[in-house]
Design a protein around this ligand. Structure first.
Ligand SMILES: *Cc1c(COP(=O)(O)O)cnc(C)c1O
Length: 366
């Protein structure tokens, strides 16, 4: 039980910036003298349309989205997009390339198989997904409709440091690193992200799509997953997740005030270096991912034994450093250090890791 806010290292849903939560709290019963909560507003009202337009504009500004690309807000999270991407885009040739570098890209490939032929362009499973393939290693099909990759592997703690090149449109799942650094949007045909990692409360996905890719959907595509319809209806074919969009707007304003995605990038360098520098000098803890593939958003690490890992997670939680257990498929620890994690939170974590190491000299592995 905590009387004050903890440092929450959850992979998602995860921390939101405190000023954003406070502003939403102040506006919770009466937004902008409308006499009602954003949650109670008609999505067709003028007041709500302003919130929607402002959020979309901010998203375009903050990520420098070119005019060729449309921004959509869709329900069903990132997992909904695993299906939407395939249903809307695989029809052109009936085949798509997937780079599998972790759990979610594997699930995306599996989902796509229902709608067409999937060619695995790379698979790092044999290395326990501790690395990212280089461009030269990708086995690309000449006739793929698109190449799908997951820019940051939330569970394994690896991150692509380049955009893969191929002759067809590139599709990226950026759920866990969007808004954390500048992105070459034009190098992508489509980018999607579940918002609950780094942008807003859970319940929707943001999609950035090159408009020229819409309109090739399979006949069976549900209307709410149809990019052409969603573009035509400006994400309002049906009731959009109105409160999430409002919260995203608040987060985007906050990001802009902190120096935009460049400001976020500087902060993620600081946070991740604090942790990785500690790990590289520790005799008890070690990082799980290969150095060249290390994620600056999800840092995975372990001690010498699962028992000591569990003890660490328990004792850290008692200090207000919570949700540090690794994903159940990999074990160990994972510190998710998204935009809203204060640098101070990572300092406190590293300090505690140092103490824990001193207290467990018998568990030392090197
Ligand atoms: C969390 C996550 C997902 C799944 O997101 P949902 O919104 O729960 O469907 C997919 N891809 C990545 C990279 C994720 O981190």
């Amino acid at each position: 039980m905590f009387n004050e806010r903890v440092y929450n290292f959850s992979a998602g849903p995860s921390m939101l910036p405190l000023p954003v939560l406070e502003k939403a709290g102040r506006e919770i019963t009466n937004f902008g003298l409308s006499g009602m909560s954003v949650m109670e507003m008609s999505h067709r009202s003028g007041a709500y349309q302003e919130i929607f337009d402002e959020t979309k504009d901010l998203f375009r500004q903050v990520l420098s989205v070119p005019d060729t690309h449309e921004i959509l807000f869709m329900q069903g999270g990132a997992t909904g997009q695993f299906a939407a991407v395939a249903m809307n885009l695989i029809g052109r040739t009936g085949l798509a390339d997937y780079a599998v570098t972790g759990n979610f890209s594997g699930l995306a490939a599996k989902e796509a198989k229902k709608y067409g032929q999937v060619h695995i362009a790379a698979d790092t499973a044999a290395q326990n997904h501790t690395r990212i393939p280089r461009q030269e290693e990708l086995e690309l099909s000449p006739d793929a409709s698109y190449l799908h990759y997951c820019a940051n592997n939330t569970i394994y703690g690896t991150e692509w440091d380049y955009v893969p090149r191929t002759d067809c449109p590139v599709v990226a799942d950026m759920s866990s690193n969007i808004l954390s650094r500048p992105v070459d949007i034009a190098a992508h045909g489509l980018i999607y992200a579940g918002v609950q990692k780094n942008m807003a409360p859970a319940g929707m996905a943001a999609v950035i799509i090159d408009r020229s890719l819409a309109g090739q959907e399979l006949a069976c595509t549900p209307t709410i997953l149809n990019y052409r319809v969603m573009i035509d209806k400006d994400s309002m074919y049906n009731t959009p997740p109105t409160f999430n969009i409002y919260m995203l707007g608040l987060v985007l304003k906050w990001v802009k005030e902190q120096g935009g995605v460049r400001g976020m990038e500087e902060l993620r360098e600081i946070r991740s270096s604090l942790l990785y520098d500690f790990l590289d000098n520790s005799r008890l803890f070690r990082g799980c991912a290969e150095r060249s593939a290390r994620s600056k958003m999800n840092v995975t690490f372990r001690t010498s034994s699962p028992e000591l890992d569990a003890l660490f997670v328990r004792e850290a939680a008692e200090k207000g450093l919570v949700s540090l257990a690794g994903h159940r498929v990999v074990g160990g620890m994972r510190a998710s250090i998204y935009n809203a994690m204060p640098v101070e939170g990572v300092r406190k974590l590293v300090e505690f890791m140092g103490e824990f190491e001193k207290n467990h000299k018998n568990g030392l592995q090197r």
